[in-house]
Ligand binder design. Structure first.
Ligand SMILES: [Fe+2]
Length: 441
């Protein structure tokens, strides 16, 4: 059994409070529920994030633990947490760049009947529905070293669109995998210099990349050696989903961890994302500028890009109806971020539903000592017609009681009283990403 060796005392912020790890794996059956879990929710909600057994040198580098809550027939059948068994779990200092030595801490994505745990500097790891680790996935040898933690499953074709990055050439490689996970496109591309690209976006015709001023800088000596360089020209890149060259368009300086969605309509492409005006000006340990929702509208004929901020909400961790990835969407759901302790941006108290048609928002405030992780939209059924006919699920941490809950909101009216609150047997650290895994994956 793996247990944590982290001692109390002087610890960096990512090892303290609810950013810090829990000490062991946990399991509980038949969880207490307030309210009613919608019977349509048949599957597993997951939250994954760093949960290092030893002190990690950066929030991004702590070894990953996945938390899964199984919902069936209106019951919370099981909670289980498991570290992902990669070599990194027991030997984090041995060859950190080996493709299988992943901290496996960032995201969970289902594709081709497989549950993949992803971290952007290494290969994905497949896990089973009991959260047991199966092994690394290299897509039949097509992917040598690494894959983004944010690949996109195309709702129309079932294809998986993804990319990898390297400090050696090629700096960027775009991949397209068919429904079964076979590589059907591999397209290398060059960048101006190594930069941090955490996410990208897809439309029905294109994939979009962001080349932004958070650049590789070995001299910083940081465990995550990137920092802001205002002289680096920010660019939006457009590539065909079939591969081929990237066309680059200059944009205002900024950083983006997470895109919301994108679409191509005629010769116009829109991209929505959570945009930071700057990031890591003082190094990669602190997050000191909030992100807001931003839209870039690119006219492919004129070659110009219009930019606008859309909502007055400081937020991160966007979620949309994944049936609309790459197509126009009306709604998105985000969690707010707040300026709090340590002069840094931290998880906030609210889930906000964004309406891109009316420009309005609807808020659910969980309480002043309660903090919410990434919200996930789940449609009521695979063929539900209305875009917001479904549920928003998110883990909420209660600092006063040092406990966590899985809260289920109506996506139609998320500001209302929760449909259900599921008590978890142990707190769930603020991790990176949440996902919904349907029972019939
Ligand atoms: Fe992410």
């Amino acid at each position: 059994m793996v247990t944590s060796n982290v001692k109390e005392g002087s610890k960096p912020w990512w090892m303290r409070g609810n950013y810090g790890p829990v000490s062991s794996e946990t399991e509980a059956l038949d969880l207490p529920v307030g309210g009613e879990i919608p019977s349509e929710l048949h599957g597993m909600f997951t939250q994954i994030g760093p949960n290092p057994p030893e002190v990690s040198p950066h929030w991004f580098l702590g070894h990953g633990m996945v938390h899964g809550i199984l919902l069936r027939e209106g019951r919370a059948v099981r909670y289980r947490s498991r570290w992902i068994r990669t070599p990194h779990l027991h030997s984090p200092s041995d060859d950190p760049d080996h493709p299988e030595n992943s901290p496996a801490n960032t995201n969970v994505v289902v594709h081709g009947g497989r549950i993949l745990v992803l971290e952007e500097r290494h290969l994905p790891y497949e896990i089973n529905s009991d959260l047991g680790t199966i092994g690394p996935v290299d897509f039949g040898g097509a992917v040598a070293r690494s894959l983004t933690a944010h690949p996109k499953v195309c709702p129309a074709s079932g294809e998986l669109l993804a990319f990898s990055q390297s400090r050696a050439e090629p700096a960027l490689t775009f991949y397209r995998f068919d429904k079964q996970g076979r590589c059907i496109t591999s397209q290398a591309a060059e960048l101006q210099r190594p930069v941090m690209i955490h996410d990208f976006a897809m439309t029905s015709e294109h994939v979009l990349f962001l080349d932004l001023p958070v650049v590789f800088a070995a001299e910083t000596g940081s465990a995550v050696p990137y920092h802001w360089d205002g002289k680096h020209q920010a660019r939006l890149g457009v590539m065909s989903r079939e591969g081929g060259p990237i066309s680059w368009y200059n944009i205002d300086p900024c950083f983006v961890f997470h895109t919301i969605n994108a679409c191509s309509i005629g010769n116009r492409i829109t991209l929505d994302a959570c945009r930071y005006p700057t990031l890591w000006e003082g190094g990669s340990e602190n997050f000191t500028s909030p992100a807001m929702v931003h839209r870039w509208t690119l006219d492919l004929n004129a070659g110009d890009v219009r930019e606008e901020t859309l909502f007055d909400v400081r937020c991160e961790f966007p979620s949309v109806d994944r049936r609309l990835l790459g197509r126009p969407n009306r709604y998105a759901y985000v969690s707010t971020m707040v300026d709090e302790e340590m002069g840094s941006i931290q998880h906030g108290h609210r889930v906000v539903k964004l309406d891109f048609v009316t420009g309005t928002t609807e808020h659910h405030h969980f309480g002043v000592s309660r903090y919410v992780c990434e919200p996930v939209f789940v449609p009521r059924s695979p063929d539900a017609e209305d875009e917001d006919d479904g549920f928003v699920l998110a883990i909420v941490y209660d600092r006063a009681r040092d406990t966590s809950e899985l809260v289920i909101l109506s996506a139609t009216s998320p500001g209302s009283v929760p449909l259900a609150i599921i008590a978890l047997p142990e707190r769930v650290p603020f991790g990176f990403h949440a996902s919904w895994i349907p029972a019939d994956l």
